[in-house]
Design a protein around this ligand. Structure first.
Ligand code: NAP
Length: 493
């Protein structure tokens, strides 16, 4: 890519140059929507050699999406071929790759080239990649994901283990699993899926639980050949199913978790408790599996098979705290050494990184590290004051957790496009949220978060360093309303 000549004037008679960072679900979406809007001068940078983001990176056994398939897909690209109500990861990866082909994303991709720096210079974003390329853009869309940087646990002796050890998002498929002794650390959505998938393959599975989880039951129905044929021949059926699932989710879950006093939340709790009590009859095991906090306080885990899996004769729930990792396994504070061949660290992600480690410099040399010194924040998750013409998909404090992040990103992208249109039409040259708008939004968000279930007495990745949930604390319909049209008073434009 040649160094472009800087052009600080954004004029209405030429297409904007847009750089998209990341070719996961959100980056693919950004390219498609920009093209639909007539903007074709787009480069989508992806550090890996394939599109797919989280679905490319996470290949652990049992990986699937616990958001229904027909909600966790683009509204403009329904997929009649999903085989189940909840898709396995490889189907989502294949779907994303196909959408990228079908919707003309591929020619815009620059794979295997990580953006390491982005500097705003008088109307131009200068991007620099790890391979030494430089390119200039009028607009940058950061679509770099949320659950992206693996979090390694702080456990003594991590380097001492002589078997194989890896993070769940870095699964080493060269390591044999069948017939071996495997330890899984963690009880989040990932560990629960791994447990269900591994238990019948391994000699012994030890699940190291620091905190128990409420488990929402799921019925992962197969779509029959006839159903899928109907979805193909009568696409409105698929749309109806999607609409139904979306509104059921909003009413029964999304609106419940933001109101800790709601009856709907009580119903979620009852369902989870009944699931535990029906499936786990051994009272001692049940006691150890029962959380002492409210359901959905942590990101709710959804599983069809976890309780069956953990009760199998070769499975063991270890609730003694881990004291250290040693050459031959994991020692708990009871003094017992759990001898293992493989350790899986299902210990979650650094959730406050967003575009970082890319070095981002905004107006007057203001760095993103400075802007985010007290934690990542953005006006409506989309725009950061002093970082003009830079927009984020699935940025800080948006709807996360059990939501379809595809649905969230689509609403955000439609909103962002309205701002990009202003640039394209020459109505604005620089658009970024005002400090006042961002602070006002943050103050309201933090206040509203006090009514959510996320602050009712558990520790979770939703909570930021101050203990404030880094999430959208209002009903989902409000998110839809706010994303419908930017309030230009909130922007320098
Ligand atoms: P997570 O929810 O952050 O869970 C990490 C687990 O590791 C927790 O159980 C945590 O215990 C444990 N842990 C961390 N450090 C530990 C230590 N030093 N010693 C012992 N235990 C330790 O991570 P995740 O399961 O990977 O899930 C992250 C998110 O990814 C999910 O919440 C979800 O949003 C998404 N996800 C979605 C799906 C899906 O189906 N859609 C599937 C997988 C993941 P504590 O609870 O005590 O902190």
């Amino acid at each position: 890519m040649a160094d472009a000549v800087p052009d600080s004037r954004l004029v209405g008679d030429r297409s904007l140059r847009v750089g998209v960072i990341g070719a996961g679900m959100a980056g693919i979406l950004a390219v498609i929507k920009l093209r639909e809007a007539g903007i074709t001068d787009i480069v989508c940078f992806e550090k890996a050699d394939r599109v797919g983001g989280t679905w490319r990176e996470n290949t652990y056994p049992g990986i699937g999406c616990d958001v229904p398939s027909h909600v966790y897909s683009y509204s403009f690209a329904p997929n009649p071929d999903f085989t189940r109500m909840f898709s396995p990861g490889h189907e989502i990866q294949a779907y994303l790759e196909q959408v990228a082909v079908d919707h003309g994303v591929v020619p815009h991709l620059r794979l295997g080239d990580e953006v390491v720096a982005a500097t705003y210079d008088r109307g131009v974003w200068r991007l620099e990649t790890a391979r030494g390329h430089r390119a200039d853009f009028d607009v940058v869309i950061a679509a770099s994901g949320v659950l992206h940087h693996p979090r390694m646990p702080e456990i003594d002796g991590l380097d001492e283990f002589e078997g194989a050890m890896f993070h769940s998002a870095r699964w080493d498929h060269d390591v044999p699993i069948d017939g071996r002794r495997v330890g899984v650390i963690g009880t989040g959505s990932t560990a629960v899926q791994i447990t269900g998938a591994l238990v019948d393959r391994v000699e012994h599975l030890s699940l190291f639980q620091r905190t128990p989880q409420w488990i929402m039951p799921m019925d992962n129905k197969l779509f029959s050949d006839d159903q899928r044929a109907t979805f193909r021949s009568e696409p409105h059926r698929l749309r109806e199913l999607r609409d139904f699932l979306e509104s059921a989710f909003a009413e029964n879950f999304a609106d419940a978790v933001v109101d800790a006093k709601s009856e709907r939340l009580e119903r979620i709790e009852e369902t989870c408790r009944a699931n535990l009590y029906e499936h786990v009859t051994d009272t001692e095991l049940r006691r150890r599996l029962e959380p002492d906090y409210r359901a959905a306080c942590k990101r709710l885990v959804v599983s069809a098979d976890f309780y069956d899996a953990i009760q199998k004769p070769n499975a063991e729930l270890v609730t003694a705290a881990i004291s250290r990792i040693e050459r031959r396994g994991i020692r708990t504070d009871s003094g017992r050494l759990h001898e293992l061949d493989v350790i899986v660290l299902a210990t979650g992600f650094e959730v406050d990184r967003f575009m970082r480690p890319t070095v981002i410099n905004g107006l007057d040399g203001r760095t993103l590290e400075e802007a985010w010194a007290d934690g990542p924040t953005a006006y409506l998750s989309v725009s950061i004051p002093e970082f003009p013409n830079l927009f984020m998909l699935n940025g800080p404090n948006g709807p996360v957790g059990n939501f379809s992040l595809i649905q969230v990103a689509e609403l955000q992208m439609d909103y962002i496009l309205q701002l990009v249109h202003r640039l394209q039409a020459g109505l604005s040259t620089e658009i970024h949220a005002t400090e006042a708008a961002m602070h006002e939004h943050e103050a309201r968000r933090i206040e509203a978060a006090q009514a959510t279930v996320w602050v009712t007495g558990c520790n979770s990745w939703y909570l930021d360093a101050r203990g404030v949930p880094a999430a959208w604390p209002w009903p989902f319909r409000r998110f839809r309303e706010v994303m419908a049209k930017p309030d230009l008073d909130a922007y320098h434009h």
